[in-house]
Design a binder for this molecule. Structure first.
Ligand SMILES: [Zn+2]
Length: 152
């Protein structure tokens, strides 16, 4: 039986926009909603929208995924440390694996994750791409443009 949209959303409330849970006792932050702290066990959690940016800690490239993900292969799954301290694994997009470096800044984007069959429900979720802010900051100085060098 196919899922309908409300069932899909109910199963994971932060499927598209992730949330983080911060422990007021031990100050650790975890991805997703937590009622008790995975570290100290206390119920002193504050849940809020997760940071939308972070850094790549590690990654792997998937060449032979389950059939329902063949459309995306190969794809990269990264271990990402968000700016709020939470860590998660998620797809990294818009970059070749050879271009990734440990510590690279990434930002969240909403992308298609899964399609149920030929004409089924399209599920969306959060993926991460190299930060556009970093790319803009790494442009050459304005005096070094092609137009001023005479090559047009
Ligand atoms: Zn704790």
């Amino acid at each position: 039986m196919r899922d309908n949209v409300p069932d899909s959303w109910r199963r994971q409330s932060d499927h598209v926009i992730p949330v983080s849970s911060h422990c007021r006792h031990c100050r650790e932050t975890f991805i997703h909603e937590r009622h008790a702290c995975p570290r100290c066990g206390r119920g002193t959690m504050t849940v809020k929208p997760a940071s939308t940016a972070g850094v790549v800690e590690s990654w792997t490239e998937i060449f032979d995924p389950p059939e329902e993900f063949h459309r995306m292969r190969p794809y990269i799954i990264g271990l990402i440390r968000l700016d709020d301290g939470a860590r998660l694994s998620a797809p990294i997009v818009d970059v070749e694996s050879g271009m990734l470096v440990k510590g690279m800044r990434v930002e969240a984007v909403v992308r298609k994750v899964y399609v149920q069959g030929q004409d089924g429900l399209i599920e969306y979720g959060t993926k991460y791409r190299p930060s556009m802010k970093v790319i803009k900051e790494s442009k050459p100085p304005s005096g070094a443009s092609l137009a001023k060098s005479g090559k047009q």
